[in-house]
Design a protein around this ligand. Structure first.
Ligand code: F6P
Ligand code: MN
Length: 301
């Protein structure tokens, strides 16, 4: 195990190196993998060939790291044992329904110092890559949050695992802008509970809509411009859509380390004690004042 903070932890570094090293391969593979794979994941979603490919590349690279004890993926029912060490939880291709329309997607990473399922308080590091016009990676640990640009390393041989990529830090201390600017809320308006709808009406009169249908892409708008992202509780699905271990916790960890707040409607996402690996959670993240208002609005229900 590492130093349990994630900062300067060689295992955490190796995990993000591996994810960055695979990013160019995932990108290159996408054009031919926009089709359905013919299977469903444990959450009942259609798996695309791109999801499966990314999952397999990441599983191979991450389970080979000394100090990674388990690989857990949104696409796999159970954890894959890898020896002693951290549990790495991955959403291999978040927002992959954007593959058909050729919009942003990403890979979400959570490094937990505990067997899963475990609360987000056990995260030692978390982050995501974004396959936008540029491949970027946001990495958060106890020391803070940074943004890197990831590019294929032309000198990498690929003999020892992932092809290899260079990582250049472009912002070494990402913090949430004080003045919120954007919002993005998932789900259909008729499925939103009245209290959330009322909150949304207020927010949309104050901020600009930025919504693309991929959690990492939409959260990255908030990371960049300040504001609030939500995939709320729904009338018929009180737990919302997103998965706690693979999506909610890593994103909450990043936003909280940037000085923002996360909530499931009543408290920090990171405090939730999960029952199962594929538990879902309503997710609200962003500037603290907006999350406080959200909690007050839902409390009035
Ligand atoms: O991983 C689930 C996901 O693709 C998220 O990235 C995104 O926020 C959400 O689903 C969008 O779902 P829908 O289009 O069904 O509302
Ligand atoms: Mn996802």
């Amino acid at each position: 195990m590492g130093d349990a903070t994630g900062a300067n932890d060689p295992v955490v570094e190796a995990v993000f190196d591996a994810v960055a090293g695979i990013a160019p391969e995932i990108r290159d593979a996408l054009p031919g993998r926009r089709v359905e794979s013919g299977t469903e994941n444990p959450s009942g979603e259609t798996v695309l060939a791109g999801d499966m490919y990314a999952d397999e590349l990441l599983a191979d690279a991450l389970t080979a790291i000394d100090g990674v004890g388990a690989f857990v993926s949104e696409e796999r029912p159970e954890a894959t044992d890898a020896g002693e060490g951290y549990s790495v939880a991955i959403d291999p291709l978040d927002g992959s329904s954007n593959l058909r329309s050729n919009n942003t997607m990403g890979t979400v990473i959570g490094v937990y110092d505990a067997p899963l399922p475990a609360p987000g308080r056990d995260l030692v590091a978390a982050g995501y890559t974004l396959y936008g016009p540029i491949t970027t990676m946001v990495v958060a640990d106890e020391s803070g949050v940074r943004e890197e640009v990831v590019e294929r390393d032309p000198n990498a041989t690929g003999e020892d695992g992932p092809e290899g990529a260079s990582r250049s830090v472009v912002d070494e201390d990402l913090t949430l802008p004080d003045e919120p600017t954007v919002y993005g809320f998932g789900g259909r308006i008729p499925d939103w509970p009245d209290a959330f709808l009322e909150y949304a009406r207020e927010v949309e009169s104050e901020l600009k809509l930025r919504y693309g249908g991929s959690m990492v892409g939409d959260v990255n708008q908030v990371v960049t411009y300040g504001g609030v992202f939500a995939y709320p509780t729904l009338v018929d699905d009180p737990e919302g859509k997103l998965r706690l271990s693979f999506e909610g916790n890593p994103i909450a960890y990043v936003i909280e380390r940037m000085g923002g707040a996360s909530s499931d409607g009543s408290g920090s996402i990171l405090d939730i004690e999960p029952d199962g690996l594929h538990d879902r959670v309503p997710l609200y993240v962003g500037n603290e004042a907006l999350i406080d208002r959200l909690e007050a609005a839902l409390d009035d229900e």
